[in-house]
Design a protein around this ligand. Structure first.
Ligand code: IPE
Ligand code: IPE
Ligand code: MG
Length: 253
């Protein structure tokens, strides 16, 4: 997977996999004198609109960073509020996903989420697993370092069981143990709210991704903002270690 997903993309092509660090809900609420949770509530609406905006624009996989392993350290009422919103979102979206043929899946340690949420996640994944055209991935209790540790454990267990060869140093073998094993690498990573950091998101998978940072706060993020980020992506040349000349087709003789 990793090898195929790092094939250079011709200019003008839509990124197959867009990943978004949805940030700025708290600041959106604060600037209006509202509780932080109100910002998260509006953020859920943006999740809805962006899911369909990305598909309209030709994206095949959309990954949304919804809750990090570090976010548990937020005040308890905010964490509880986020879990309730997730429950509300999943209950409401299941029929929409089935109707609109959206394959739903998750990355992250979902086994640590409340039991009712785990059940809803499983039901949604199960009900949408037959769809192939468009995938929405929610990163929940996700952290890239945690993911690497989990993958290293699984890989070590596979070596011990004789299913992997310790001398195999190919990325594609190790990649199978990441939670994104069957997904292409993200082509474009967007972060809203003006922060220019990656915050433990898809560190390995984004090795050759293009990054777009926008000052727009997540609740205000629109289809036009997504289209602008994709247009920005299209103006760039992804070289994957090669020279610019190597990527240009040889002139006709
Ligand atoms: C992103 O918005 C949502 C989550 C991380 C769950 P924030 O809640 O981080 O918003 P800011 O950064 O405080 O504005
Ligand atoms: C990153 O946002 C996590 C999610 C978007 C879920 P944070 O707001 O938690 O990131 P930091 O703490 O500002 O780096
Ligand atoms: Mg934030």
């Amino acid at each position: 997977m990793a090898e195929t997903s790092t094939t250079p993309v011709a200019p003008g092509q839509v990124p197959a996999h867009v990943a978004i660090i949805m940030d700025g809900n708290g600041r959106w609420a604060k600037s209006r004198g509202l509780p932080r949770l109100e910002g998260h509530r509006r953020g859920v609406e943006t999740v809805r609109t962006t899911t369909f905006a990305a598909r309209d624009l030709g994206v095949k996989v959309l990954t949304l960073y919804a809750f990090s392993v570090e976010n548990w350290k937020r005040p308890q009422d905010e964490v509880g509020g986020l879990m309730s919103l997730l429950e509300y979102y999943l209950k409401k979206e299941l029929t929409t996903f089935v109707r609109d043929r959206v394959r739903f899946r998750t990355i992250g340690r979902t086994a640590d989420l409340p039991a009712n949420i785990q059940k809803l996640l499983q039901d949604t994944i199960e009900a949408t697993k037959q769809f192939t055209d468009y995938t929405l991935v929610l990163a929940l209790n996700y952290g890239a370092r945690t993911e690497v540790v989990d993958a290293a454990h699984a890989y070590a267990a596979a070596v011990a069981a004789g299913r992997e060869n310790l001398n195999d140093d190919s990325w594609s073998s190790f990649n199978r143990y990441l939670s994104t094993a069957d997904l292409p690498d993200p082509d474009l990573v967007i972060r809203t709210s003006g922060e220019t950091r990656i915050s433990n998101f898809l560190l390995l998978q984004a090795a050759y991704a293009e990054f777009v940072f926008t000052p727009t706060l997540w609740p205000d993020f629109t289809k036009a903002d997504l289209a602008a980020a994709i247009a920005d992506y299209n103006r760039r040349e992804r070289r994957f270690g090669l020279t610019s000349e190597q990527l240009k087709p040889a002139p006709a003789r």
